[in-house]
Design a protein around this ligand. Structure first.
Ligand code: FES
Ligand code: FES
Length: 157
């Protein structure tokens, strides 16, 4: 077993894991961060996306020992039920979710985009989000919501 210490949503987290343990399993099973969803578990769907040092990663493809000393952010560290983050609020307002399974990964992926480019175009939003799969929405309202956050929606120009 290996001791791993890292920052999780601004708090210190320390776990003892086998070197083969996946970050997704550590987050969900040891640290109760169940907003990181297990979808395909092979890197294809993006439901397990979290931010490690500000970069979106597939937590189903990363070993927990790799995040030692890093800052990990999950959806539990973004907004709160009474005070949604603007991305969460926009997805709600524009009906950018249905079952919600993909939503935590969508929000964290979008957060990385907006932290590097606050006003992305629709093309850039579509390209950036293309690695996150949604089985419900058809993507149109997700893109609309993110355009509203970006302030680049046509009706806002
Ligand atoms: S569960 Fe990790 S990419 Fe699908
Ligand atoms: S809202 Fe159901 S998978 Fe995206």
């Amino acid at each position: 077993m290996t001791k791993v210490r890292f920052s999780l949503n601004g708090e210190v987290a320390e776990v003892e894991v086998e070197p083969r343990e996946l970050l997704l399993d550590t987050l969900r099973d040891r640290l109760a961060m169940t907003g990181a969803h297990a979808g395909c578990e092979q890197g294809s769907c993006g439901a397990c996306t979290v931010l490690v040092d500000g970069c979106g990663v597939r937590s189903c493809l990363m070993f927990t020992v790799q995040v030692g000393g890093s800052e990990v952010r999950t959806i539990e560290g973004v907004g709160s039920p009474g005070s949604l983050h603007p991305i969460q609020q926009a997805l709600s307002t524009h009906h950018g979710l249905q079952c919600g399974f993909c939503t935590p990964g969508m929000v964290l992926t979008a957060l990385e985009l907006f932290e590097t480019d606050p006003h992305p175009s629709r093309d850039r939003i579509e390209e950036w989000m293309s690695g996150n799969l949604c089985r419900c929405t058809g993507y149109v309202n997700i893109v609309k919501a993110l355009e509203a956050v970006a302030g680049t929606a046509e009706e806002q120009l």
